[in-house]
Ligand binder design. Structure first.
Ligand code: TIU
Length: 220
């Protein structure tokens, strides 16, 4: 057991019960020409968290603790993509359309890959998810139960969309959730701050927040 001086108060972590969930660090969100860019976002903001996220992943690997990666993507026939999701907004390319990194947000295409610097190791769990939350329509809950996990550290993009949705899903399922503040990012810095503020408010109503250094030190 180790204590992390987190926001809004200390959290005691138990190594046998903790896993890291890295959300959607995919080329489609982080590199030009992908889903994030088609929505009109400046994707360069997200590239800045790759080194800190790599340090967090490395800390879990060195401690022999589970690292779980997620990818937001859809089947090539789009049967798992609600028409309302595909129709949303005014993107320059829609989900499934051919782009410079293959079809936008489609499993198996280059854009759906996790960025090379954060590539999963053989044996690590990779969850493909059709929604913003990683529990919806995926085996994540069963996998965590099998591993006896009750605490989750979160990293990835974007803070107020897939990370926040997944933390809220996890919180409602009884997991203690800790967000690594310098290993998550939004296309909108003010939304990142607001998401962290609202999740840690009211006595960690959704969860805790701490830096990568604080978390990795506690794992050593
Ligand atoms: N658009 C946006 O901010 N995010 C997403 O669509 N997906 C994730 O956050 N992964």
């Amino acid at each position: 057991m180790a204590v992390i001086k987190a926001r809004p108060f200390d959290i005691t972590i138990t190594p046998e019960k903790i896993a890291l969930v890295v959300i959607d660090m995919q080329r489609d969100f982080i590199e030009p020409g992908g889903f994030g860019a088609t929505l009109g976002n400046d994707v360069t903001l997200l590239q800045a968290i790759i080194p800190a996220t790599a340090r967090l992943i490395d800390g879990f690997r060195r401690a022999g603790l589970p690292v779980i990666h997620t990818r937001e993507c859809h089947a090539p026939d789009l049967l798992d993509c609600p028409p309302a999701k595909r129709a949303r907004g005014k993107p320059s390319l829609r989900i499934g359309d051919p782009g410079p990194m293959g079809r936008i947000l489609i499993a198996g295409e280059d854009g759906a890959d996790i960025v090379a610097a954060l590539a999963p190791l053989p044996g690590e769990t990779v969850i493909d998810k059709p929604g913003k939350g990683a529990f919806y329509a995926t085996p994540l809950g069963d996998i965590l139960q099998e591993k006896g996990i009750s605490q989750l550290v979160f990293a990835g993009v974007t803070t107020e969309v897939c990370v926040q949705t997944t933390m809220r899903e996890a919180n409602d399922r009884g997991y203690e959730c800790l967000l690594a503040t310098d290993a998550t990012e939004s296309y909108f810095p003010e939304f990142k701050k607001a998401a962290i503020d609202m999740m840690t408010a009211q006595g960690a109503i959704v969860g805790w927040a701490a830096t990568v250094d604080q978390i990795v030190e506690a794992l050593d």
